[in-house]
Write a protein of this length. Structure first.
Length: 370
């Protein structure tokens, strides 16, 4: 295996509270150490963050302020040979609202451009978790979206390599730019609960449906998507819904004639144990965004039959309704149909499981793809 350079991961924040991007970065960092033999450290973009709260201080630092000068000077000190330290490849986790209240982090892009101008050999890989927001005219995202798009394109241009979790995101970044397309990779997200060592045969699993994710997603599953959830439970002969996640709203004790068992926040190991024995998992997510759903990835990784709330007529990441997941619809389906969906979902996930992604990121950080 080629030796990997030390890696500095920049994140919006790295604290111990629930944060999908921080969880992703920590899991990827551990995988880079394990499978790519890379030394990994972190830089938090939140000046107010207390890194002693569950974070090893020797592996993490934070900016003193959110400014382009502060970012550029910090990177010159810790990620460039001019700083007298070890040259590091930088992996930026980009979600625009994580670095600026209105989703327009000019300071971040300006600082990266300044750093790269002064050190053209510095290596920057950007993982786009988000590109830009959109919305109706009465929301600020509508008016700020053009600025957010411009910043995303600038960031793409200054990056040596780019990774996204959706094919449509890659297409947007590369529109009219063949020179950029070769630098943009697509990697759907991995499971936020980790991955099982082995799978339990689908036919021997309990008659359980898992609902996991944030409170808003769970509320939609029990509210707007209630009929779909009930139909899915009927089709799969489910007698219990298992709710996983910290909830700010109460979880209903029953949905139709199906009891709901709310387990609250679980450790990854506890969540894996629940997922290992359930038949299916429900997620309120549009089909063309499934590549960025860590909950969908967790279902697929653990051999569940994923049930998705809605299909928008666009396939994404090689996933198809009725093949790798099921959108509830009338019609008789047999247990064998759902077992086949679960098997194909797991096969799809195996192509980008965490160890594979760690090695792919290591190649990008080394510049092997150049």
């Amino acid at each position: 295996m080629a030796s990997s350079p030390p890696v500095l991961q920049i994140v919006p924040r790295l604290g111990s509270q629930l944060d999908g991007v921080a969880d992703y970065a920590r899991a990827l960092g551990a995988a880079l150490r394990l499978w790519a033999d890379a030394n990994v450290c972190f830089l938090s973009g939140d000046p107010s963050e207390d890194l002693n709260d569950g974070i090893c201080a020797s592996l993490a630092g934070r900016l003193q302020q959110r400014s382009s000068d502060e970012l550029a000077s910090t990177l010159r000190k810790i990620a460039s040979p001019q700083g007298g330290g070890e040259t590091k490849a930088v992996l930026l986790h980009y979600v625009n609202y994580g670095y600026a209240t209105r989703g327009c982090p000019f300071w971040l892009i300006d600082g990266l451009e300044d750093w790269k101008r002064h050190d053209p050999h510095a290596r920057l890989v950007t993982m786009f978790h988000e590109l830009y927001a959109s919305g109706p005219p009465w929301r600020s995202s509508f008016w700020l979206s053009p600025l957010q798009r411009r910043l995303a394109r600038r960031l793409c241009n200054v990056s040596d390599e780019v990774v996204t979790n959706r094919e449509q995101s890659r297409d947007w970044l590369c529109r009219g730019r063949d020179d950029i397309r070769r630098r943009v990779s697509v990697m759907p997200v991995f499971s936020n609960f980790g991955e099982p060592e082995q799978l339990i045969a689908w036919g021997t699993r309990s008659a359980q449906m898992v609902v996991a994710g944030r409170t808003g997603s769970a509320n939609r599953a029990y509210g707007r998507c209630r009929d779909q959830l009930v139909e899915a439970c009927r089709a799969l002969d489910i007698d219990e819904i298992i709710d996983i996640g910290a909830r700010s709203d109460p979880v209903p004790p029953r949905i139709g004639n199906i009891r709901v068992s709310a387990l609250g926040h679980l450790t990854p190991a506890q969540a894996r144990a629940v997922l290992a024995g359930a038949r299916a998992g429900f997620v309120d997510y549009p089909s063309d965004y499934l590549g960025k759903s860590t909950v969908f990835a967790a279902y697929a990784a653990h051999g569940l039959a994923p049930v998705v709330s809605w299909h928008r007529g666009v396939e994404e990441a090689g996933l198809k309704d009725g093949v790798n997941y099921w959108v509830p619809s009338p019609g008789d389906r047999t247990p064998r149909d759902f077992e086949a969906i679960a098997t194909r979902a797991t096969t799809w996930y195996a192509g980008h499981r965490l160890d594979f992604q760690a090695r792919e990121f290591a190649k990008l950080l080394r510049g092997d793809s150049a």
